[in-house]
Design a protein around this ligand. Sequence first.
Ligand code: CMC
Length: 424
Amino acid sequence: MSIAQLTYEGKTIELPVITGTENEKAIDISNLRDATGLITLDLGYKNTGATKSAVTFLDGELGILRYRGYPIEQLAEKSDFLEVAYLLIYGELPTKAQYDDFTHQIKMHTLVNEDIKKILDGFPASAHPMGILSSLVCTLTAFYPESVANPTPDNTNLNIFRLLAKMPTFVGWAYKKSMGHPVNYPKNSYDYCQNFLHMMFALPVEDFNPDPIVVDALNKLLILHADHEQNCSASTVRMVGSSRASIFSSISAGINALWGPLHGGANQEVIEMLDEIREMGIRPLDYLEKVKRKEVRLMGFGHRVYKNFDPRAKIIKKACDQVLSKLGVKDPILDIAKELEEAALTDDYFVSRKLYPNVDFYSGIIYRALGIPTDMFTVMFALGRLPGWIAQWKELNASKEPIGRPRQVYTGATNREYVPIGQR
Ligand code: CMC
């Protein structure tokens, strides 16, 4: 094991350097405060490894993303969403028997307690579906109290099936609520993605047949979103889980973290930005000037970790062209997006800051072609990210890591005397 040395006020201490399986190196500062009285400060955790994890590997410089060692390109091409979910959650690709059992277990839990529908009814039609989704997921603690009181491995596994099974129902119901349409019930003769499309788009007045092109595209998008190591929402899930909170409440917290426009909420903002450019007749180059003057951010661009390219964005851009042409959709905002990308990639502002299209830049254009409304985009991200959150929570729980409790550098007032209100 190699050692790093730190000298402070004439005293040198040695800190172990630990190495990951992909040769990533980290200075272990667990004993820093005891040895020196110092803590570290790292705003936004730009240099802080919060945990050890065996779920997902990514290399931002080389544009590599692997789930449990398998390259994202291979999984997106050859696998399906539930197989990837199994891989992330249990660590290995399933055998045929394991896959059949897993998908069967999920089908056995697609129905949602009717009382949850009453909770859904209490939301106004204008409610953002992310708020509905996080509330309904948290509500599961009330319907499955053993998730709080007795989270044995068997109970937890059952609750993992429940989460995966009921999420499409919640998403479909949140959408139906916004439309003022009656909700659908799951159809277990369908596979996961077909059933999801049925929950979203089937109407009591018409027959519904999921389009195989749409099913394929959906599988790909969900796989590409399924995990992304210690991002804001995964870290939230782990942080909440570290207090030994239930899997449902931890994942509900992750959904809320994902909602923000700098995280999963960016996919909605990208389409709103592209629509605005189209509606106002702004030239993409002029929009980029606004970005460079820092009046707006180019949504769907930039990433904390990827500083070369986002491998998911490459796959999605290609899929975007294919899906739109197969579905015969001509969306003018695709041309605007391509023009923005092309201009940004040769502009010094973006090049010098290593800003490239991220997963959200083209995903919304596909979602829109699939008929999914803009305010459901972040919900689609959550549906895809669910296996990753489950895997991160399960790993944290098995590791028995201590509760997450960062320190701070206090910058407030020093000790002062209380003054009664009449004398202030
Ligand atoms: N448009 C314009 N300038 C940008 C952008 C952008 N999208 N992203 C970063 N910058 C600039 C930023 O102004 C700063 O410039 P300067 O050095 O002059 O102050 C520099 O690049 C570094 O930015 P940062 O905010 O310190 O970088 P970060 O690593 O903290 O932020 C980010 C990463 C993803 C939050 C950011 O790039 C961003 O806001 N992007 C737009 C939102 C977005 O697309 N989010 C989705 C991320 S991928 C999916 C997900 O993880 O949810």
